[in-house]
Ligand binder design. Structure first.
Ligand SMILES: Nc1ncnc2c1ncn2[C@@H]1O[C@H](COP(=O)(O)OP(=O)(O)OP(=O)(O)O)[C@@H](O)[C@H]1O
Ligand SMILES: Nc1ncnc2c1ncn2[C@@H]1O[C@H](COP(=O)(O)OP(=O)(O)OP(=O)(O)O)[C@@H](O)[C@H]1O
Ligand SMILES: [Mg+2]
Ligand SMILES: [Mg+2]
Lengths: 225, 225
């Protein structure tokens, strides 16, 4: 479902250039569950943003479901992002002025789902991450781990075939993290594809494959165990 | 250094009231190194914000170095926060429009340190967290773990006698986290007091005492090991 070759992404800074991704080759098949690990600053979030069609590379090729992403027009990209991809951001990226329920509703509004159904699905998604009693809280009225869980619920509510989660358990205690990972297992068992960035070896070992990144390149890519 | 009795903090939400902290008793002596753990939403950040004088309780007493914090005027509180307390926020709270160096300089500007010395100290603090080559990046030009480290450098630059760190390693790989924890060990060895919120049992076991919170109350408080 994901075919990447020679992917590059650089940032000019003054007269230097930072090669955040320096030639990445990666293939992910439908239904796989992979974890991405690597040091802070090694390029994991940069790679996730490119895979999630939220950023464009400076070099290389990226095909999603066989279609060259660089050849897609904005409208098509937006539809792909909304219908097929669920993204949990490392910094959550919630709408501060809206409550949890409305934040989780947003992808469904974009997808044209009718009000009654989308409210029902958003409520269910929040209950599934343990926030049934926090639906009307805005992000500033939630704890760090609760905001993280709203971001997770929002990523799951549109039943994505590809889940991209950038450090989804970093602000969660072990028990709550375990519940989220069980939810991810169920999504995987339903035939969906999951790509998780994590610093936690225990979280990574729930995946079937571990990809390690260093200095903008893939250092190793192995089945787990 | 910290003496807390019956501390309470509630948030009215519609016609309900959320008791984020529901009667907390806590004593921390000078030079102690304690970890605070507990489920997501149990009141850890709320407690840290009260200890850091960033919020006021609805009930109970808090004495810092023997002085009743509720009796302090704004000016005195601000000076205490700047001179004695270093705070690493769970969501970093960096100034988006300023680069890393300027963000770390801020507490020194407030403390009236002269320009040449404060630039030198800010640079050193950033090098100490491995960001010597990222000083001129703004937060949006940094990875999640790099932003976390800028927040840590900013908390340490004024040589606080009390460090309050709310999940300081949540976005860091094991190696980088280990470097930060060694820096904390050195701060502790110099006679300072450290209070760390963490979800990571390995991080908690670097402390000498583990305090567990559940539903706004202290559930257990033991020496480690
Ligand atoms: N807009 C930008 N301008 C300049 N440099 C950038 C920018 N965005 C990211 N970088 C740099 O690119 C590198 C890769 O960043 P990225 O966010 O992908 O790292 P990461 O592996 O996700 O790290 P972490 O584990 O800390 O989240 C970092 O060294 C970062 O400083
Ligand atoms: N402004 C607010 N209004 C209403 N409720 C709030 C507000 N701020 C926090 N809360 C609630 O208070 C409780 C405690 O929040 P707190 O941020 O202290 O939790 P925490 O232990 O730090 O959790 P985490 O591990 O997820 O960071 C949470 O259930 C949260 O929903
Ligand atoms: Mg990242
Ligand atoms: Mg918290």
């Amino acid at each position: 479902v994901i075919a990447i070759r020679g992917l590059r992404r650089s940032y000019p800074m003054g007269d230097a250039v930072i090669a955040a991704l320096n030639g990445v080759d990666l293939e992910v098949r439908r239904g796989e569950y992979a974890a991405i690990m690597g040091p802070s600053g090694s390029g994991k979030s940069t790679l996730m943003n490119l895979i999630g069609c939220l950023d464009t590379p400076d070099g290389g090729e990226y095909r999603l479901n066989g279609r060259l992403v660089s050849a897609m027009k904005d409208g098509e990209l937006a539809t792909v992002r909304n219908r097929e991809i669920g993204f949990v951001f490392q910094t959550f990226n919630l709408l501060q002025s809206a409550n949890a329920l409305h934040n989780v509703e947003m992808p469904l509004i974009y997808a044209g789902v009718k009000r009654r159904e989308r409210l029902e699905r958003a409520r269910t998604a929040l209950r599934d991450v343990g926030l049934g009693d926090r639906m009307h809280h805005r992000p500033s009225e939630l704890s760090g781990g609760q905001r993280q869980r709203v971001a997770i619920a929002r990523a799951l509510v549109n039943r994505p075939s590809l889940l991209l989660a950038d450090e989804p358990t970093g602000n969660l205690d072990t028990t709550t993290a375990g519940e989220i990972l069980s939810t991810f297992d169920a999504l995987h068992a339903a035939g969906n594809t999951l790509l998780l960035v994590t610093h936690d070896e225990e979280v990574a070992h729930r995946a079937r494959r571990i990809i390690r990144i260093r200095d903008g390149k893939i250092e190793s890519d192995r089945a787990n165990p």
